[in-house]
Design a protein around this ligand. Structure first.
Ligand code: 7TS
Length: 409
């Protein structure tokens, strides 16, 4: 199958929309992606024709819903190349997945003075859960510094390990700069110290083939809504031996084997971590979305999006006063988002005026305030690409920025 952009764009009805009488140029895919028709239709069909709670009823619809739900888990397993479906836990999204690991791991394996290594590039959802553990258990956060180009300092990373290091928790791809961290190398170093690694894959799963066995990570989190699937569903991959040893996260139905007031025993994996009714319709939608991107081919999506980002970086850098951040400003390859500011124009003004021209971007700190502090800015404008964006749209972005610049001249 070829990369047929026109067909792809037809699969996403919202891309035909106009805003303020102009064609929508949607460049906020880092925040959330649009949904292809097949995802919405699969979910509507399930609500109309199948709906019943999973894992409970003896009746026909419940069995059918359960089957769909468990097939979705298998689709996720294949997407990540996990060894077993027991390693695929459904959550509400990356944030919940990261909180689950930080909470359960620190509870079971960390004591006062023990350390977690994170990086300067992290989204708040890989900082605050560890700070909550800090408040509860007295653990310490150690932070890998980054270079001016926006890449992690590997020498500093190596130096952070000591006898108190218990876990490493890092983003695969930065949601602000598009930096791709050398995860394989980072896991190798951590494992040499006997330390497990958590990957925040919110910004990698939509843009590149992810193979958790090849990355050799111990946990990997991502959100459905950033991979063309529905909101409210995400995934935590965890190596079976780790998940087995972690205590449950939430208590309730589904996660138990037997309950009495004297003693409760917990369910097997992955249900031990899935208390309550799961969003079984969303898991169907997520599986459809993963089938959709897999059918296009993650390698093909990655190559195409790199071309887009590279073209955008080159084109934007021709604009007077442009300050582009991150590896792409230095000619390196990046993935997904590019961040910038134009001299003399506040990012919020730029974003607001671009919106009036039909171009949807995000502005502000992007839930990465420590990174903003390191960059010495209070925010940036971020254009983040998806599989359906076009080179023409990049031209519209650049021309629109130039128009805004003229207003401020
Ligand atoms: N980690 C990273 C790297 C992210 O980019 C995000 C969301 C999250 C975690 C949290 O994902 P959630 O689905 O649980 O909310 N990032 C963004 C963003 O860049 N703009 O809006 C949301």
């Amino acid at each position: 199958m070829s990369y047929d952009l026109e067909q792809i764009r037809r699969d996403f009805p919202i891309l035909q929309r106009q805003v303020y009488g102009r064609p929508l140029v949607y460049l906020d895919n880092g925040a959330t992606t649009q949904k292809p028709r097949c995802v919405v239709e699969a979910m509507t069909d399930e609500y109309y024709n199948v709906n019943a709670n999973v894992h409970r009823g003896v009746h026909f619809l419940s069995q059918q819903a359960t089957e769909l739900h468990e097939q979705s888990r298998e689709t996720v397993r294949r997407f990540l190349n996990a060894a077993s479906v027991n390693e695929i836990v459904f959550t509400r999204g990356t944030t919940e997945s990261m909180n689950l690991v930080a909470s359960c791991f620190s509870e079971a394996f960390m004591q006062e003075g023990d350390e977690v290594i994170v990086s300067t590039l992290e989204h708040h959802s890989n900082i605050v859960p560890w700070q909550l553990a800090q408040a509860r258990k007295g653990i310490r956060l150690r932070v890998i510094p980054i270079t001016d180009e926006g890449t992690v300092c590997m020498d500093e990373y190596r130096r952070l390990f000591n006898s108190r290091t218990r876990i490493v928790s890092v983003a695969h791809v930065s949601n602000v700069l598009g930096t791709v961290n050398p995860i394989r190398e980072m896991t190798e170093i951590a494992h040499a110290h006997g330390v497990p690694v958590v990957i925040d894959g919110a910004q990698s799963a939509p843009h590149m083939a992810v193979d958790v066995q090849q990355l050799d990570c111990d946990f990997f989190a991502f959100s459905g809504h950033k991979v063309y699937g529905p909101t409210g569903v995400g995934v935590l991959y965890g190596r079976e031996d780790w998940l087995d040893r972690l205590p449950p996260y939430m208590g309730g139905g589904e996660m138990i084997k037997r309950v009495s007031f004297e003693k409760t025993t917990f369910n097997e994996l992955p249900y031990k971590f899935e208390a309550g009714t799961p969003d079984y319709v969303a898991t169907t939608g997520l599986a459809k979305a993963l089938d959709y991107v897999s059918h296009l081919g993650m390698e093909r999506i990655e190559a195409y999006e790199k071309r887009l980002a590279h073209y955008a970086a080159e084109r934007l850098q021709q604009i007077p006063g442009m300050c582009l951040y991150g590896p792409m400003a230095y000619g390196a390859e990046g993935s997904g988002p590019i961040s910038f500011n134009v001299k003399g124009i506040h990012h919020l003004d730029m974003g607001t005026l671009l919106d009036r021209l039909g171009v949807a971007v995000r502005t502000g700190h992007h839930c990465a305030e420590p990174l903003m502090q390191r960059m010495g800015v209070d925010g940036t404008v971020r254009a983040s690409f998806g599989l359906y964006n076009t080179l023409d749209e990049v031209d519209v972005l650049a021309a629109s920025i130039e128009r805004v610049c003229k207003m401020f001249a």
